[in-house]
Each structure stands twice: as C-alpha cells, then as structure tokens.
Design a protein around this ligand. Sequence first.
Ligand SMILES: [Zn+2]
Length: 318
Amino acid sequence: MLRRPTTPTVWARRPWVCTQCRARYSSVAPASNLRAGNNNTINKKTKLPDSPARTRFAPSPTGYLHLGSLRTALFNYLLAKRTGGQFLLRIEDTDQKRTIPDAEQRLYDDLRWAGLHWDEGPVVGGPYGPYRQSERTAIYRSHAQELIENGHAYRCFCSADRLDAFARHRSQAGLPAGYDRKCGEVSAEESEERAAKGEAHVVRLKVEGYPMFNDLVYGKTGQNRSPNKLDLIERVYDDPILIKSDGHPTYHLANVVDDHLMKITHVIRGTVSCDGRDAKEDAQAHTLIRNGCPRPPCTSRSTTPSSGRLRSSATYLC
Ligand SMILES: [Zn+2]
C-alpha cells in the first residue's frame, strides 16, 4: 500500500512533534525523552486493548479525502484489525448545503485504493445501519426528545436577532460568549405547546459541567469550566445546540448517538491544527504520530493534497 522510502536517513531523523503536542507531552515526560522518542509513560498508555475494538472512520462529504484524514482512517483500521474487531465507515452528511456531489464516491475509491476496506458501512451494509447520517434523522430526534423529557435538554425559542443582540452586548462588555439560558425557564407544558404550534426552535443540551475522561494518549483530561468572577456579572452557559431549527441534528448529537448505537469502543482522531484550535474536547483518544512519517502531522485541506490526487499522480508516502 504505502511504499517505504529507500533512503535510511529519513528514518534516522528524530520524530517530529508539533509545539502544541510538545507542550502536552511535557506535562507527563521530560523533553529529552520526547526528543529521543522513547517515552515510556506514553508507551504504557498505548497498550492494545484486550478485547476486539470497534472503530469507525466518519468523514463528511464536504470535501475530498485529504492526507490527514486518510492517516486517521488507517489508525482506526489498524486498531480494529490488530485486535480482531471491526472497522466501520460512516458518512456524516448532515451539512447538505456544503456536500459535494461526487465526494462520497471519491471517498470509497480512495479508501479502497489504500486497502482500507470497511467491515460495516455504506455499500457493504451491516447490523447497525443505515450508515449515512442523513438517513438517521428520526433516530436523532427520538434521542433529543428523550433528553428533553428527562430534563437534560430543552427547547430554545430565541430568535436569531435576540441571540445576535446578546452576543453583541457580551462582546461590547468584554465578556466571553455564551447563552443566558433564558429558555431553560420555559415550563415543559409551555414548551410542548409552543412546539406543537410550530414555533421555530432549536434543542439545547443543558450543561452544568463537562465530565473528565480518560484519553488513551493524553491521560485524564477534559474541559472543566467552573463558574468564575465574570459569571457574577452575568451568568452564561455553553448549552450547545443538538437539533437545529430545520430539525436536523448537529455533529454533537449525531456523532454521540451513532457511536453509542453502533457500539464503537475506541475513537481515534487527530488534533485539528497547529494554530491553537484543538478538537480534543470530545475525543477519547488521539493519534500520536511520534515515530511514523517524518513530515509534520499538522495539515489542513487547504495545504494537503487529497488522496485522490496522490493516487492519480502515483505518489507514495513513507
Ligand atoms: Zn432561548
């Protein structure tokens, strides 16, 4: 599949670690260990699971498969195969406006070219389908309804104008963004009645705090936001949107519901970029490219060639 370069000097180089990852490692290991690539602490955490792993690759067909995503798929595939588990493919096509018509077919072609054949997913099927999120809307709505009924979510009827005005007010006051949970006070009866009458709304998750979780690479981590002195001025909440006003789910809901129903045991994904943004809040494990490709792992769609382009130009990596 991927041809190893013949020049031994490439493999003799030190593993490349981006500044963001280096900062994280420094909290668990001496920098000298990182430079030498022999971090025992991290090696212990990367022990293979004892039971078969069910992993998934869940791209959005809003662009062609780029090299970073192909690498993420490879890690998921390898963990599943090494442990006797299954590798799933799920198409996260809830953003219909940005969907590119031939992206899904190109994705299939690219994965097959790379030898990453999926055990469950579109085309091949499986026991937990459908594997296209656009075909699972009813499932997400039923879970959102369940969350509303047990008090973990609520309907928000705020207009875009009100939310814009609130955001402007916070910004002008030098306060961080957030939602004031105005609609959290709406009674269950009134909420049902207004929804039944067709009043536009979204569904928000009621967040009092985020639990810490064990990331197999980074250890115990999480986003633990506790009230601070700015909250004394005006309390706001994260309360992310789960169902949009058009009735479609957001990533936050669909992703979690699907992973739960499809019995995914391990989520492997890469950090998003090197510019300070990081997707680790909702990740359970991150790929850690320490001893693999000598090139930096920090890539984006704008700078990374698509795997289709590599395929057509017969370029091989690593
Ligand atoms: Zn509201």
